[in-house]
Ligand binder design. Structure first.
Ligand code: GDP
Ligand code: MG
Length: 442
């Protein structure tokens, strides 16, 4: 869902997560990534620039204790996106109620009626659907068939042309159900005829919730539609459909927010179960692509130790730094997860290669634990007899110990060979992990 929007924002955040040092340029490039993605998703330009300004302004505020600049930025972007997407979710009450669905032609009212009915049924209520679309000849059959397919109680009257009369009779006939969902007719635009029709239904029905159904593919045009319906007919919530089928959903979702009526539900497909409650926070977490934002923040915290990166930039690190970086990588999870987090899909590596690396890292951690303090500070003093002792103590082979020493030395040598400028660049871009992969553990 929302592939493009998601991948753009994610790319920007991943770049930040990977950085050791976040500077002004990094923030600007993050903002550019976000702008590009939002604009491509048809989010209103003004909204995008306001959001950019807020991020820019807050990016270098004083850090709360225990939080790195990176984590702070990721959180900031998350919060600002949540802000434009609606902040708090609408309240969904699981109690008997009458729901009226309104909207233009093809917006997804009829299919949503069934989806909603299923939603409430799954939560222990007894819903039914009523067809109040007397305008389109095939409307009756459409809802009747959809209802039959999922075993949902249905009411309609093929011979009655007055929609309000159908609703009146329907309410009477479906008394024993507790969630009554009325599907109304649409038009190409909100014209006088439609207004009159819905007002009449409203009068006999007195709905608890009048839900405006808006298709996501109209993008930021959703704002005008929401405002118009709200002004003339009064809506209490919004349901945005077809999120799966368009790249413009960002525009529709952010645009609806200007009206007081909140987005309550979204639909993400044509099947009766493709309806979800809309929660901006969850939505943003999903956009960012890590499912659980908290874990991203934790990963950002542990994946790159900024002090170690600084040591790296000056070429001064000992075995402890070397291994602390490895174990921090381990702490965060498997190596393949890290690669995934950095946006380097494991698929690029031959199968099995990742496991070997994880195994190796485990071994190396054991080896270093068997070294003395002096050996860790200055691995050059490690002679053959020490290697024997270390291998025995760590339950590894001498070859394993030699391999670690070689890797450490190579990494150190490489950092010395690099010009300070290039080193800084590397450290900034990938932190220690990138170097490790390039020269050490790779
Ligand atoms: N892909 C996709 N199609 C949808 C979704 N919701 C509705 N549709 C399709 O949009 C078309 C119009 O839907 P319908 O409920 O008949 O709209 P109505 O005229 O407002 O009653 C149908 O072909 C639906 O299957 C959705 O969430 N995703
Ligand atoms: Mg319909």
């Amino acid at each position: 869902m929302l592939e493009k929007l998601s991948s753009g924002i994610r790319k920007g955040l991943e770049r930040i997560a990977r950085l050791a040092l976040v500077d002004k340029n990094a923030v600007e490039s993050l903002i550019r990534d976000i702008q590009r993605s939002l604009l491509a998703a048809d989010v209103n330009v003004k909204l995008v620039y306001e959001l950019s300004d807020r991020i820019r302004k807050k990016a270098f505020e004083k850090l709360p204790p225990g939080i790195s600049r990176k984590e702070y930025l990721i959180k900031l972007v998350y919060e600002e996106l949540t802000e434009i997407l609606g902040k708090e979710p609408a309240k969904i009450e699981l109690k008997p109620q009458k729901i009226l669905l309104v909207g233009l032609f093809g917006s997804g009212k009829t299919t949503s009626a069934i989806k909603l009915a299923k939603f409430y049924q799954k939560r222990g209520l007894k819903p039914c659907v009523i067809c109040a679309d007397t305008f389109r000849p095939a409307a009756f059959e459409q809802l009747e068939q959809l209802a039959k397919r999922v075993g949902m109680p249905f009411y309609g009257d093929k011979n009655e042309k007055d929609a309000a009369a159908v609703v009146k009779a329907g309410l009477e006939a479906m008394k024993k159900y507790d969630v009554i969902i009325v599907d109304s007719a649409g038009r190409d635009a909100l014209d006088d005829e439609l207004i009159k029709e819905i007002k009449n239904i409203d009068e006999v029905m007195k709905p608890d919730d009048t839900i405006l159904v808006i298709p996501a593919d109209i993008g930021q045009e959703a704002q005008r539609q929401a405002e118009e319906f709200n002004k003339i007919l009064g809506i209490t919530s919004v349901l945005v459909t077809k999120l799966d089928a368009t790249g413009r959903a960002g525009g529709a979702l952010t645009a609806c927010n200007v009206t007081k009526a909140k987005i309550k539900f979204i639909t993400v497909g044509e099947k009766p179960d493709d309806l979800e409650m809309y929660d901006p926070k969850r939505f943003v977490s999903r956009l960012i692509g890590f499912g659980d934002l908290q874990s991203l923040l934790e990963k950002a915290k542990e994946a790159t130790d900024e002090k170690t990166a600084e040591k790296l930039a000056t070429g001064r690190f000992d075995m402890d730094d070397f291994i602390s970086q490895i174990s921090s990588v381990q702490k965060v999870g498997s190596f393949s997860q890290i690669l995934d987090m950095l946006g380097m899909s494991g698929a690029k590596l031959p199968a099995g290669a990742l496991n070997v690396q994880e195994q190796k890292m485990k071994k190396w951690t054991h080896i270093v634990k068997s070294m003395t303090k002096e050996e860790r500070a200055d691995p050059d003093i490690i002679t053959t007899s020490r290697i024997k002792r270390i291998a025995k103590g760590s339950g590894t082979s001498e070859a394993d110990v030699r391999e670690l020493l070689k890797s450490y030395k190579q990494t150190k040598k490489m950092t010395k060979k690099l010009s300070p400028k290039r080193l800084e660049k590397l450290a900034k871009r990938g932190g220690f992990g990138a170097l490790l992969k390039k020269f050490g553990a790779g």
